[in-house]
Design a protein around this ligand. Structure first.
Ligand SMILES: [Fe+2]
Length: 197
């Protein structure tokens, strides 16, 4: 495994858009939170790195999403278990056949990828611009409103909850908590990033 600093550099080599960097950082923090919650605390860095790098290829190779990432990660010497986990978040969504999420880590990555986008979009509408005062009820409303953040697939979110055997409410609540846990660090890293540019 490469260090977190090297992984961040790798991400920035393939991603320049603020939206993509912020999404990667959010998934990094979200996965770290869930690792601890689900009893995989000693693997928290591993889960977090999967979150950070899961969309590595999306900005430059949208047509080869999840396939190109596997190539790049192999070049960088990542183990197959990690590569499989990252690729499985595109299960059923990409043209190439990809592994089905099986491990809890893979299911959570699959379930939270689109949902963090929906919650993030809802947060930006709030006066606070934050998830800190976000309630599950408001996400339930946004989830039902298909016109809101239409790019965030409700089917994928539902499928992810089903894989985990969780009610949607539990997935919403836990993902809000996960995003609360990392909102400040994500914002700080993005500010730093904008100053450097
Ligand atoms: Fe993603």
């Amino acid at each position: 495994m490469i260090s977190r600093e090297e992984a961040w550099k790798l991400l920035k080599k393939y991603n320049k858009e603020e939206f993509h960097l912020q999404h990667a950082l959010t998934l990094e923090g979200t996965m770290r939170y869930f690792a601890k919650e689900e009893g995989y605390g000693e693997e928290a860095d591993y889960w977090a790195m999967a979150g950070l790098l899961h969309d590595l290829d999306f900005e430059l190779y949208p047509d080869q999403h999840c396939t190109k990432t596997q190539e790049i990660l192999r070049e960088y010497g990542f183990e197959e278990k990690f590569i499989r986990a990252v690729a499985s978040h595109g299960y059923g969504l990409c043209t190439e056949p990809l592994p089905q999420p099986e491990h809890t880590m893979e299911k959570i990555l699959f379930a939270t990828d689109e949902l963090t986008g929906l919650i993030g979009a809802a947060a930006r509408m709030r006066p606070s611009k934050s998830v800190m005062d976000m309630e599950v009820s408001s996400i339930k409303k946004k989830f039902k409103d298909k016109k809101f953040a239409g790019g965030c697939s409700r089917d994928v979110i539902k499928q992810g909850a089903d894989m985990l055997g969780w009610e949607l409410d539990k997935l919403f609540e836990e993902t809000i908590m996960a995003m609360r846990s990392c909102e400040e660090s994500v914002n700080l890293e993005m500010d730093k990033q904008n100053i450097e540019q």
